[in-house]
Design a binder for this molecule. Structure first.
Ligand code: HPA
Ligand code: ZN
Length: 336
């Protein structure tokens, strides 16, 4: 196992499910709060960390939105994104596809331009200084109306070149994919790729509707797909990737213990699964910790780890030539 941990740490990988607001480490949150003269609810970094006791998605989201309140300037978004990129780089991440939630920041009086300019500047530096390739996925908050999502989509059009895909996150319960059929159709017409969270706290039916109605290129999470054989067949046939997040699932009690995580079964069935960190500052681990924890819990072998890392590139939105280049770097390390 020790050997496999070393392999995981150094192997090239892509991260495909990562909310930039979810990388906000308490230390940086305090620093930025001070800079912006914002009073946090908690007196210290330790107190804040202790508050990270979630039992479900909603409890987590309440704290996550509270933390995001601190982010006000372009520099704040730059610093947040840069800190993540440096960390991802040490984890062997060659490519990352990052969610951002403009509606969260607009509710705090922060303009779209401020958010995207700060994030984008850091991504450019990430490529120039660290060699990390990246793309951005603009997420709609599903607890808000579809009309708000349409307003956001129109606002994003001048920045079309900076955004690869649109996504759908926040509370799945009570906010099914049907609610966003129109805005996803508009986004596709504008040339955006689409992804959506589904089957995290929601049913297999939510996943089916996400595939059929929103015509997504990937499903974020997708844990509950195993409840429906027909859906599994469809996901396998079309090789629609699932961006799994084991430590997130554990923290939000989507699974009681990691040993019960469906990843092994999914691999066995031929589903295109990937491993990601979701909101690493809140869920106790970046991408390598997710790989290591799930490998230990499910007793994954070298071939399974290779397959998951390879899937991370196959499932990415990179051009084929770069995907091939990254996979050959992965092969170099595995064949040694
Ligand atoms: N699920 C849904 N919405 C989110 C998450 C998540 O894990 N993280 C940030 N927004
Ligand atoms: Zn997520």
């Amino acid at each position: 196992m020790e050997n496999l941990v070393d392999i995981i740490r150094r192997m090239p990988k892509a991260e495909l499910h990562l909310h930039i607001e979810g990388t906000f480490e308490p230390e940086l949150m305090f620093k930025i709060a001070q800079r912006n003269h914002i009073q946090l609810k908690y007196g210290s970094v330790d107190e804040l960390r202790k508050a990270y006791q979630f039992n479900n998605l909603q409890d987590f989201l309440d704290i996550y939105y509270e933390g995001a309140r601190v982010l006000q300037t372009e520099e704040d978004f730059y610093d947040l994104t840069w800190a993540y990129l440096e960390r991802a780089h040490t984890d062997g991440v060659l490519h990352t596809e990052i969610f951002f939630d403009p509606q969260t920041h607009e509710a705090n009086g922060v303009q779209f331009k401020t958010v995207i300019s700060g994030i984008h500047a850091a991504l450019r530096d990430g490529y120039e200084k660290l060699g990390i390739t990246s793309c951005l996925i603009m997420s709609f908050l599903r607890h808000l109306d579809e009309s708000a999502a349409i307003t956001l989509l129109n606002e994003a059009l001048p920045y079309r070149e900076m955004i690869t895909a649109v996504g759908l996150d926040s509370s799945e319960r009570g906010n099914p994919p049907e609610k966003f059929e129109r805005v996803f159709s508009m986004a596709r017409e504008y040339g955006f790729l689409t992804v959506a969270h589904a089957g995290e706290e929601g049913s297999a039916e939510n996943i089916t509707n996400t595939v059929e109605l929103l015509k997504v290129a990937r499903i974020d999470h997708g844990n509950s797909c195993l409840d429906d054989k027909k859906l599994v067949n469809l996901l396998v046939e079309r090789q629609i990737p699932l961006t799994l997040c084991p430590l997130s699932n554990l923290k939000l009690k989507v699974v009681g213990q990691l040993e019960d995580h469906p990843l092994s079964k999914m691999l066995q069935l031929g589903l295109m699964v990937t491993v990601n960190s979701d909101d690493p500052a809140y869920f106790g681990g970046y991408v390598n910790e997710n790989y290591i924890a799930i490998a230990k819990a499910l007793n994954l072998d070298r071939n399974q780890i290779y397959k998951i890392a390879r899937n991370s590139f196959e499932a990415s939105f990179l051009p084929l030539s770069i995907r091939k280049k990254y996979i050959s770097l992965l092969d170099d390390q595995f064949i040694k």
